[in-house]
Design a protein around this ligand. Structure first.
Ligand SMILES: *Cc1c(COP(=O)(O)O)cnc(C)c1O
Length: 424
């Protein structure tokens, strides 16, 4: 596979970006052959700078829910762009969007819109402290809530003081959560939980209802706020806050990634109990009132409410899981698929440094399938049965390639460094 253009861009990037592309798409974190730059996306596919098309199972790490460039969403966005986007104040779309979200999300009575998931989670933390006048925030060990100093997974530049009042518990472990609450004494402000355990590098786990109910009960007993971080799983599991599936309602929920189908907007939603506290904090941003992403969000949410996108992606997910499971079994390979079928994560048995995962992913890429060796993936509503079958067919040959490639493909040492930092 020719990567000439991508190599040239990497070379230029290395001079003007500190280590080239940063964050989740840093070269160190993915197989060497993975392209770093893309020129185009349409439906379920992305194109790299050398003209290769890939069926994209990353969906932009979540934002692509209906398909890249969905015309229903983009036409609404373009029409608004032509009228006005970033103005001195918001357009009426802000009220309309808040009304729509509040009508869809059972626990929510109000919304604050922002740009990134990190804005929303950081604001949730501040609201919990403003509401309670207390300091301690509980977070599940290894859970991702964004890239601000209080939650970013890598340690460089972060002070112990940045996390002085962040305490940790084990996800899905009601006893661990209770112990952390007891340890916080009368200083507990809030408890964060992701809808299910979707940490990188490790098997996903669905939420244990006892743990979720315990989190609610502990917040009720202590007056702390329960925060469900739905930035990644929101609208992928249900058309409501994900913990509605368990009958557990948070006080705050955080949203981002998918609800404008890739346009830049995120949100903090809250119930009546947190309204005054949310109104008391000072939060804003130069682009937080921008109208184009709000128009995109309204168009997206109406489609989510009125279409069968969810049932479709779940059906595609089952097809994929069954097909891959058969293929792995036929190849005699220990291969684990975890989490909700529409948000799958794939890991190999006996693969502590992800060598097998990298070998498999590299071979899949050569066959035009973009997967991830250690992060959960996403299915989108633009995928078809035929696309899923293509993944399964590619996997049948790629599983054979894993053992052959093992010596050639070695993950970058930076990956182990990140891994060590996370488990510390
Ligand atoms: C991605 C993510 C965030 C951060 O969102 P950004 O838009 O990247 O700032 C927060 N929480 C969860 C669960 C996420 O997956």
């Amino acid at each position: 596979m020719d990567h000439t253009q991508d190599r040239a861009l990497r070379h230029r990037a290395a001079r003007v970006l500190p280590q080239g592309v940063y964050g989740h798409q840093s070269t160190a974190l993915l197989p060497e052959t993975y392209p770093q730059f893309f020129t185009r996306g349409e439906g379920a596919h992305i194109w790299d700078t050398d003209g290769h098309a890939y069926l994209d199972l990353m969906c932009a790490y979540g934002p692509n829910l209906l398909g890249y460039g969905d015309p229903r969403v983009n036409n609404a966005a373009i029409a608004q762009l032509q009228k006005g986007d970033t103005l001195t104040g918001p357009t009426p779309l802000m009220v309309e969007l808040a009304e729509l979200m509040v009508s869809m999300i059972s626990h929510a009575d109000w919304a604050i819109f922002c740009k990134n998931g990190t804005d929303a989670t950081t604001m949730a933390k501040t609201v919990a402290r403003a509401k309670t006048g207390r300091r301690i925030i509980l977070v599940a060990r290894g859970a991702y809530h964004g890239a601000a100093p209080w939650c970013t997974p890598a340690p460089a530049g972060i002070l112990a003081e940045d996390r002085a009042h962040i305490h940790y518990y084990d996800y899905n472990d009601a006893e661990s959560l209770s112990a952390a609450v007891a340890g916080a004494g009368d200083d507990l402000a809030g408890i964060f939980a992701t809808p299910h355990k979707h940490d990188a590098f490790t098997d996903q786990a669905l939420p244990d209802p006892d743990y979720a109910r315990r989190a609610r009960a502990l917040c009720d007993q202590t007056g702390a706020l329960l925060i469900v971080d739905d930035v990644r799983a929101g609208f992928r599991l249900t058309r409501d806050c994900s913990w509605e599936l368990l009958g557990v309602r948070p006080d705050l929920s955080t949203w981002g990634k998918s609800f404008a189908n890739g346009h830049p907007i995120s949100a903090l939603l809250g119930s009546e109990t947190a309204r005054d506290a949310a109104g008391s904090i000072y939060v804003t941003g130069s682009f937080w009132f921008s109208a184009m992403p709000m128009a995109a969000a309204i168009a997206t949410l109406e489609i989510l409410r009125d279409s069968s996108y969810l049932e479709q992606t779940i059906a595609l997910g089952h097809r994929l899981r069954e097909g891959l499971s058969k293929a792995a079994h036929a190849a005699g390979i220990g291969f684990r698929q975890t989490g909700p079928v529409q948000m799958p994560l794939f890991l190999f048995d006996d693969d502590p440094d992800f060598r097998r995962g990298f070998a498999w992913a590299s071979d899949m890429l050569e066959q035009g399938i973009y997967i991830h060796p250690w992060h959960n993936m996403f299915l989108c509503a633009a995928m078809t049965d035929r696309d899923i079958d293509q993944v399964i067919e590619a996997a049948q040959t790629s599983f054979q390639a894993v053992s052959k490639r093992l010596d050639k493909i070695v993950p970058h040492p930076a990956l182990s460094t990140l891994l060590a930092a996370r488990s510390a």
